[in-house]
Write a protein that binds this ligand. Structure first.
Ligand code: INI
Length: 160
């Protein structure tokens, strides 16, 4: 059977019973709070219970991977959503902070086998950060949250 032209299968984003950790970086917290709010809106929409959500704040994006790894290893959650905002205009070491956050988060999910989502904005300026953390469905925290639930279902299917 050819699958050419067939549409992608829809994601399973039923959040009932799924336990989620949020690791949020306090640096640029005016943006990261909006990402966190987007993630919470998405989790509520798909049926994740408030009591199944753990929220932890760390100093900056550079510290996110260690907290995400530790939480994922604790077996307290089924998925972790990492949130932060690294803005190039604010720092001479943008590439180090952004790059190490990305590398560390990917390492953590590959090490633990727990989905750990990269909801860390790496942008050129404040306006780009604001544009990606608004009240709509294009909020990157919202996107990361849905991805987390989808990945939990995908891994359960793969391991079945
Ligand atoms: N952390 C961020 O989350 N975003 C940034 O834009 C940023 N800047 O601009 O430097 C930033 N730096 C702090 C870094 O994440 C660490 O907390 C700090 O270096 C201590 O380890």
């Amino acid at each position: 059977m050819t699958r050419t032209g067939a549409s992608a299968s829809p994601p399973d984003v039923n959040g009932a019973g799924i336990r989620v950790g949020i690791i949020a970086a306090r640096f640029n917290d005016h943006i990261v709070v909006a990402l966190r709010d987007g993630a919470l809106r998405a989790l509520a929409r798909v049926g994740v219970a408030d009591s199944d959500i753990i929220e932890i704040w760390v100093p900056g994006a550079f510290e996110v991977p260690l907290a995400a790894l530790t939480l994922a290893e604790s077996a307290k959650v089924d998925a972790v959503i990492c949130l932060g905002a690294v803005i190039r205009g604010d720092t001479a070491h943008f590439d180090f902070v952004a790059g190490q956050a990305a590398r560390g988060i990917q390492d953590a999910q590959l090490t633990t086998g727990i989905p750990i989502m990269f909801g860390v904005l790496t942008v050129e300026n404040e306006q780009q950060a604001i544009d990606r953390s608004g009240p709509g469905l294009d909020n990157k925290g919202d996107e990361a949250a849905l991805g987390a639930i989808e990945m939990v279902h995908i891994l359960r299917r793969l391991l079945d």
